[in-house]
Ligand binder design. Structure first.
Ligand code: ZN
Length: 382
């Protein structure tokens, strides 16, 4: 049986222990010790990493009453070894886990629901609930969670006697036989849990909700806690500051500024389309009755090339091919004809002018990489 130092002192990161067993295992060496400060994966909290002597600890699992360390290299059985838990990883995982408890407690109480799933990912934490609610509904709870963090209240971890346990109302994911370890965040949550937690809520610093989506008949909340939340908020602030500079809007007025720009852009596009229509109509007049035409143009958006070809084809009473672009940058082409199946032309054109594209019988579009002279020669014979 491995002595669980992490329950005696959750702040302990360096310890000595005797190596009781070491055997080859998939991915490394399975090492058991007389005692350990390495927390094994459990209760939704991923395993600690770190070192045993010079050997990296890649994973830690609880097997019965023994804690098994998956090590990169073997350790001599019977020897004394020094364990060093990766403190930054431990602190991050504890922050995510404690944040999850506070948030779950507040949400379950507010919506009379249960937490039905919890995952600490590399970037974010996700929690699944068996009730539906929206991000807007969560906003006051997010503020409440952060108020509790600022109050810096001590977290209580205790194992009550059976009679006391019966009187307590606590969250639990499954029925538990024997003693139940409870974790209380005063004012937010009381929950059965085997994981490690902050000692005071202030250590968490911040929780930030990121999204709330419908999932399996309930809701999935995505969040970041502790240092992850702080880093994220700083990054988002920098993004918003950049948008503020670009739009010359105050920091808290960037969204209306961007909405205003979008509306302006929509109106400008509409105006441009009107001008383009008028310009193409005037241009087409010059080709009235001219029959088949080829227009070599400066770069145009793909839809504009098609509209120009359509206008000229109608006025000229024949096929109109528009090649817009240049020799270095390549061409976008659009060919329109009133009464000719253009699909065979598309094939020939693509083959002769290093092109790609196709379309309907009366309109083909694509791109080509040939020189201007080659394009003129191709159409001269048709
Ligand atoms: Zn827990």
């Amino acid at each position: 049986m491995t002595e669980k130092l992490y329950y005696q002192d959750a702040g302990l990161l360096t310890f000595t222990a005797r190596v009781l067993d070491c055997r080859e295992a998939p991915g490394g060496w399975a090492v058991t010790l007389s005692r350990t400060a390495f927390y094994p994966e459990g209760g939704g909290q991923p395993a600690d990493h770190g070192f045993l002597g010079k050997s990296a600890v890649l994973d830690v699992q609880e097997r019965g009453d023994v804690i098994e360390h998956l090590c990169a290299a073997p350790l001599p059985i019977g020897a004394e070894t020094t364990g060093r838990v990766d403190g930054a990883r431990r602190r991050d995982l504890v922050e995510q886990h404690s944040g999850e408890h506070i948030v779950s407690g507040l949400i379950c109480a507010a919506f009379s629901c249960s937490n039905v799933g919890f995952h600490i990912g590399k970037e974010t934490v996700t929690i699944d609930f068996d009730a539906e609610f929206s991000m807007e509904q969560l906003s006051p709870l997010e503020r409440q969670a952060n108020a509790l963090i600022r109050e810096n209240v001590p977290v209580e971890i205790f194992t009550p006697a059976p009679a006391e346990l019966e009187r307590l109302h606590y969250r639990s994911k499954k029925a538990i036989d024997g003693p139940v370890r409870l974790v209380r965040f005063p004012g937010a949550d009381l929950c059965a849990c085997c994981g490690l937690h902050v000692q005071r809520t202030g250590e968490l610093g911040l929780v930030k909700f990121l999204s709330c989506i419908r999932s399996r008949g309930g809701a999935r909340v995505e969040l970041k806690c502790g240092r992850r939340a702080v880093e994220h908020v700083l990054d988002v602030w920098e993004q918003n500051a950049a948008v503020s500079r670009l739009t010359s809007a105050k920091l808290l007025e960037t969204a209306p500024a961007v909405a205003h720009l979008q509306e302006e852009l929509r109106q400008e596009r509409e105006r441009a389309a009107q001008w383009e229509g008028a310009a193409f109509a005037a241009r087409a007049e010059r080709y009235r009755g001219a029959g088949d035409t080829l227009l070599i143009e400066p770069p145009l958006p793909p839809d504009s090339a098609r509209r120009l070809a359509t206008a000229v084809s109608q006025a000229a009473g024949g096929r109109c091919a528009v090649f817009a672009g240049g020799e270095g940058e390549g061409w976008r082409y659009a060919v329109v004809a009133p009464d000719e199946d253009l699909r065979p032309l598309a094939k020939a054109l693509n083959a002769a002018l290093s092109g790609r594209g196709g379309g309907r019988s009366d309109c083909i579009q694509g791109s080509a990489a040939a020189g201007e002279e080659e394009i003129r020669r191709f159409f001269a014979g048709r």
